[in-house]
Design a binder for this molecule. Structure first.
Ligand SMILES: Cc1ncc(COP(=O)(O)O)c(C=O)c1O
Length: 396
């Protein structure tokens, strides 16, 4: 019998199961559990998108596509960003269709990273990047944004750049904090990053879930175009998490190399899914704005309730997460989330799942029905009220 632990890749052995999974799995076993860990829209995929996939299947469009994805889809992607945001990527050479943004992140990072490289990430940040960085033998270097409203300070970021820095990963709107970047902050970041020989990987998958103003993309800055790799997809914008459709955009020579890694990984994205994606991009552009109306209502409700409980937070302006501080309870974020789940059957994600800079916070997803949110907030309020005196926050 093979001794598994001896035969496996050291780096793979060291990857931890994401904190989100642990709590989501536990709450799934509780009949009255409410799962606020979910990172996907609770709306169905739009009907016409579903119909496009059904038609594709009925017409036997069920084989492989070009490795880079259907040209027709790449043209839809290119047109979408040109018409919506004013920047152009050539569908023939600068756009790659991947199996979700996740595969795009994986193929991109495995194309650019080498052993010993450093990657700077403002944190707290989505937990999907670190394992890929580590598998490549590279090292994440986190910039703490918890004291700057979860927005990176350009000068502080520059201080972390060394001759080993290969890339900076940015994710705005942010998972887990819901922070977005102002034009001024982006100008400052671009001014710094354009001076350095580093890749900028900008994961803008939540771009359509931007609430207070228009999303600004790093692709709108010509001065960083040759160092920018844009990660995107339809999972969040069109409620298509299970369809596995993502996009990577960047300079042609770079996309050519990422394509090789991508094709040896997944050959191409699912073909019916690609036809569905064309429909989403060409004919369902208003869908995210419709969902946003609900997200904003839910966000405002959750924020209002959390404030009444004495919890503090930065108001999220994008994505569908609230990231309140639970420091006033004196509990660690893991203890808080575990106790809340055990006692009230409500699952949230401990902030330290998003690096140690997220310690002292929890992530609450409001991609959930209003009924569930009301019920969950009632339970959370009772939980906080029942905390021993020293642990309870002062009601504001
Ligand atoms: C910031 C971020 N990037 C990428 C992904 C993965 O997206 P996809 O479902 O397209 O692989 C997620 C999913 O939660 C995410 O939050």
């Amino acid at each position: 019998m093979i001794e598994l632990h001896k035969g496996l890749n050291e780096r793979a052995l060291e990857i931890a199961v994401p904190g989100i999974r642990v709590f989501a799995n536990k709450v799934a076993q509780l009949p009255d559990g409410i799962n606020l860990t979910i990172g996907e829209p609770d709306f169905p995929t739009p009907d016409r998108v579903k119909a496009a996939a059904v038609a594709a299947i009925q017409h036997n469009r069920t084989g492989y596509s070009h490795n880079a994805g259907l040209l027709e889809l790449r043209e839809s992607v290119s047109r979408f960003f040109l018409q919506k945001y004013g920047f152009l990527y050539d569908p023939k050479t600068e756009v790659l269709i991947t199996s979700g943004a996740s595969e795009g992140i994986d193929s991109t990072l495995r194309t650019i990273l080498e052993e010993g490289d450093e990657v700077i990430l403002p944190a707290p940040i989505y937990s999907g990047y670190e394992p890929v960085i580590r598998l490549a033998g590279a090292k994440p270097v986190y910039l703490d944004t918890s004291q700057t409203g979860f927005v990176p300070d350009a000068a502080a970021l520059e201080r972390l750049i060394t001759e080993r820095t290969k890339a900076v990963i940015l994710n705005y709107p942010s998972n887990p904090t819901g922070a977005t970047l102002s034009r001024e902050t982006m100008d400052d970041l671009v001014a710094v990053l354009s001076k350095h020989n580093v890749f900028i990987v900008s994961d803008e998958i939540y771009s359509e879930n931007t609430y207070e103003s228009r999303h600004i993309s790093f692709a709108e800055y010509p001065e960083i175009r040759d160092q920018l790799i844009l990660i995107h997809g339809l999972s969040k914008s069109h409620s298509m998490t299970g369809w596995r459709i993502g996009f990577v955009m960047g300079p042609a020579p770079l996309i050519g190399h990422i394509l090789k890694v991508h094709l040896s990984n997944s050959i191409c994205a699912s073909l019916p899914g690609q036809y569905a994606a064309i429909e989403a991009l060409d004919h369902c552009r208003d869908v995210p704005a419709e969902m946003n109306k609900d997200y904003i209502r839910r966000r405002d409700y959750v924020i209002g309730r959390l404030r009444q409980m004495g919890l503090r937070m930065t108001v999220p302006t994008g994505a569908f997460y609230v990231f309140p501080s639970i420091q006033s309870t004196g509990l660690s974020s893991f203890k808080f989330a575990t106790k809340l789940l055990d006692e009230k059957h409500v699952a949230v994600v401990p902030g330290d799942s998003f690096t140690e800079n997220g310690e002292g916070y929890v992530r609450i997803s409001y991609a959930n029905s209003m009924d569930n949110l009301v019920n969950a907030m009632d339970r959370l309020e009772a939980f906080i009220r029942e905390l021993p005196a020293g642990d309870a926050p002062a009601i504001l």
